[in-house]
Design a binder for this molecule. Structure first.
Ligand code: HEC
Ligand code: HEC
Ligand code: HEC
Length: 397
């Protein structure tokens, strides 16, 4: 196989437009460093994925991270696939497996052909073959050689613009978008039982029950509208299957917030903006302040507070069985693993200092306790956040 190096490392691309062959494996934007990633490239060729997909997109050499544009709504039902140059870390591994097995069950209306031959039947769910695992390893490496745009993006809280008026038109729009982009996983009625749901270890949330975990309100309280907006924008990275919908116009994301609230009896009819009252403002002082936290002090807190008993000594997360825990989410369903804190993309609620603060102070669902009463002051909170950020080895900045 011939490796073609096309794009010089210092090429300046102010437009963010893809350059020719930029994502070409062998070029600097994609570095295949493991055997699986290299074997996956061969599977990509053997499967002839290139008859529908290009690999042109690449990270800008500097400046804010450029994320790929979303699918244009007019392209619904097209057989031409999107460019995959920046696919690495866009989705979780599980999302890819489910998508290979049944593309239209995951992305409604998708005309990508299923690749059932990459799976073995096993009585229950189909099991990915080694070739499927290698193909996913390859996809996860695409575009991350010099810059991991997804990790960089997840290290900042997304902007949340003021909500528009929650009128009938906005709700209708939200319901239409929900059917198109969300129901395949969360179910038409929001009960978390969409046709793709069974593929995922961390299951799509039961939105009708309104049990949310990624939020800025005290335990047991419903999420703020801004929390829902943030979740829809960010998705859950590589840590779970929830895709990021940053590419939808802001008004559409607000329409989805409204539609999601209407699915839950407890939140129905409250419009937009009211829930925000319950949000607790950040105490750590946001991004700049958290950077100044004292790592060493944070490491001591990590030990004293016993974070490693659930997240592992290295912070990579543990399975429920290994931790000997009976973690349940707010709805009583088992949480299969504690979170991997070592990569910005693996943190499901986002990797900004504010997101870490929310998780630490308010807890995450019923499985991760709140530490608000165990941290003596804001400086200790900042130190703990700084320590967790230092575990993030994902950057190749
Ligand atoms: C007949 C054309 C076709 C072929 C062949 C095809 N795809 Fe696709 N692919 C699509 C279309 C259309 C979409 C957009 C709809 C969707 O996401 O399912 C897509 C979407 C994707 C996505 C999601 C991109 C994103 O981030 O939204 C990935 C990943 C992908 N394809 C990988 C592959 C791989 C790997 C192969 C080879 C095994 C392959 N595709 C073969 C048409 C195709
Ligand atoms: C491919 C499957 C999939 C699709 C499509 C999907 N989600 Fe999710 N969603 C999930 C999973 C899995 C979780 C649980 C994530 C976790 O716990 O890390 C989730 C969680 C959520 C949460 C809960 C976050 C919290 O605070 O607990 C909300 C809200 C949500 N999704 C809304 C949406 C909306 C709105 C859409 C459509 C725009 C959508 N999802 C599309 C799989 C999906
Ligand atoms: C009793 C076990 C337990 C302990 C102790 C614990 N955690 Fe967690 N933590 C979890 C579980 C389980 C989750 C995932 C919860 C879920 O998804 O519902 C989690 C989630 C998190 C998250 C959110 C990650 C994401 O994916 O966005 C952060 C941050 C976090 N923990 C940090 C800490 C820190 C810091 C400590 C120590 C102060 C700590 N945890 C102690 C079990 C624990």
């Amino acid at each position: 196989m011939v490796a073609i190096v096309l794009a010089p490392a210092c090429s300046v691309d102010r437009s963010g437009a893809p350059g020719p062959g930029a994502g070409t494996p062998g070029g600097r934007d994609t570095v295949l460093s493991t055997d699986s990633e290299r074997a996956g490239e061969a599977v990509y060729r053997a499967e002839n994925c290139a008859r529908c997909h290009t690999l042109f997109d690449r990270p800008r050499p500097y400046g804010p991270p450029n994320l790929p544009p979303g699918p244009a709504l007019k392209d619904a039902g097209s057989r031409v696939g999107p460019d995959l140059g920046l696919e690495g870390h866009r989705h979780s591994d599980e999302w890819h497996f489910a998508h290979f097995y049944a593309p239209a069950a995951v992305v409604r209306g998708s005309r990508m052909p299923p690749s059932r031959h990459l799976f073995r039947a096993s009585g229950g769910l189909p099991v990915p073959t080694r070739g499927a695992a290698e193909l996913v390893a390859y996809l996860q490496a695409l575009g991350r050689g010099r810059r991991d745009v997804w990790a960089e993006w997840r290290r900042r809280d997304p902007d949340v613009p003021p909500a528009p008026v929650a009128d009938r038109g906005l709700l209708d729009r939200g319901r239409e978008l929900y059917r198109r982009h969300c129901a395949s996983c969360h179910g038409d009625r929001g009960d978390g039982r969409g046709e793709a749901a069974d593929f995922f270890g961390i299951r799509p949330r039961d939105l009708a029950a309104g049990h949310h975990r990624f939020k800025s309100t005290p335990p047991g309280r419903p999420p703020a509208d801004t929390d829902l907006f943030r979740t829809i924008t960010l998705g859950s990275g590589t840590g779970a299957a929830m895709p990021a919908f940053y590419w939808l116009p802001q008004r559409d994301r607000w329409a989805l917030v409204l539609a999601v609230k209407e699915l839950a009896p407890a939140l129905r009819g409250t419009g937009l903006g009211v829930g925000r009252d319950g949000a607790i403002p950040p105490a750590s002082g946001g991004a700049g302040e958290a950077e100044r936290g004292d790592h060493a002090a944070g490491r001591r807190l990590w030990d004293v507070l016993g974070c490693a008993s659930c997240h592992g000594a290295d912070g990579k997360g543990m399975s429920r069985r290994d931790a000997g825990a009976a973690w349940a989410d707010a709805a009583g369903a088992a949480v299969p693993r504690s979170s991997d804190l070592t990569h910005a993309c693996a943190l499901r609620a986002g990797a900004s200092p504010e997101a870490l603060e929310r998780s630490i102070l308010l807890g995450v669902g019923a499985a991760m306790p709140s530490y608000a009463d165990s941290l003596p002051d804001e400086a200790s909170l900042r130190s703990l956040i700084a320590y967790i950020r230092s575990l993030d080895k994902g950057s190749r900045r």
